[in-house]
Design a protein. Structure first.
Length: 279
């Protein structure tokens, strides 16, 4: 099965018509299961857990969880009743912030979700994907080590179904040289071990193909380590526009197969089911 488990409606809103633009594109790309996974900071109930009010003020959308969850569930039932050949799952993408994890976990546990993606975008006050200029003067190997420490913590917490774009730190293609390569390897090993222990999946994301690094997340070495450890995967486009939905998933599937994978994880009511990978 081709799945796209990382889709954001935020730019045009959480209305059914906007969701159908993404779903229609997914259908044309051969996707059989899609998860709408809006950023948690876009919801007034969850935004405080990011602990970055200035960022939320600039980039948040002030959605309400009930509106989002009701829309997705209603749309899922409607498409099923009409016999449309795609399953629509309800999820969130949530930033891992160690200081607010305990409260966040309690809030998420109360929500009727199919899955939760945990992602690392922040190392302290630094948003690592907010522009290549933000990397100026930084120790890149240390950034890599810090990133994977947080990603491994997120996986070890057991709060998240999936770790999104597991080596996002490579986004700008800055991690060259022996020290960075060593940090990538050791960090990837720590992440895989944490994911193995808690049964957390890793995401194979085509979004990296659209970023300066020009490579799927995660790299093949990390993905092979995950396969050897028995860590499950999902596949995703990380679409923010309808035309990105399903984009590059054929390459993500091929990438996963190169690492040894023949199946993909899907979720319903946070229960994992394993299905054959690809069409």
């Amino acid at each position: 099965m081709i799945v796209d488990y990382h889709v954001h409606l935020e730019r045009a809103g959480i209305a059914p018509g906007n969701a159908m633009r993404f779903i229609g594109r997914a259908l044309s790309a051969g996707v059989g299961e899609i998860a709408l996974t809006e950023h948690a900071y876009n919801f007034v109930e969850l935004a405080p857990f990011l602990q970055r009010p200035d960022y939320v003020a600039r980039h948040g959308h002030g959605f309400r969880l009930d509106d989002y969850m009701g829309m997705v569930r209603s749309l899922s039932r409607e498409l099923e009743d009409r016999g449309v050949p795609i399953k629509v799952r309800l999820g969130l993408e949530v930033d891992y912030v160690p200081e607010s994890l305990e409260e966040l976990a309690a809030a998420l546990a109360a929500l009727d979700l199919d899955l939760v993606i945990g992602s690392v975008h922040w190392i302290g006050d630094w948003g690592i994907d907010l522009g290549p200029d933000t990397w100026e003067g930084r120790d890149r190997a240390q950034a890599c080590r810090d990133y994977f420490r947080l990603a491994a913590e997120a996986a070890a917490s057991g709060v998240f179904s999936i770790i999104g774009h597991p080596d996002l730190v490579k986004i700008y293609g800055f991690l060259s040289g022996d020290e960075c390569r060593e940090a990538l390897y050791e960090g990837g090993r720590q992440l895989v071990e944490a994911a193995r222990e808690t049964g957390t999946c890793l995401e194979v994301s085509s979004a990296g193909l659209r970023r300066p690094v020009g490579e799927i997340y995660p790299g093949l070495e990390l993905l092979r380590m995950a396969h050897a450890a028995g860590v499950r995967i999902t596949t995703a486009s990380d679409a923010h526009e309808p035309e990105e939905c399903g984009l590059g998933l054929d390459q993500a599937v091929s990438w996963a197969r190169r690492a040894g994978y023949e199946d993909v994880a899907t979720f319903s009511e946070r229960r994992l089911t394993v299905r054959p990978l690809g069409a």
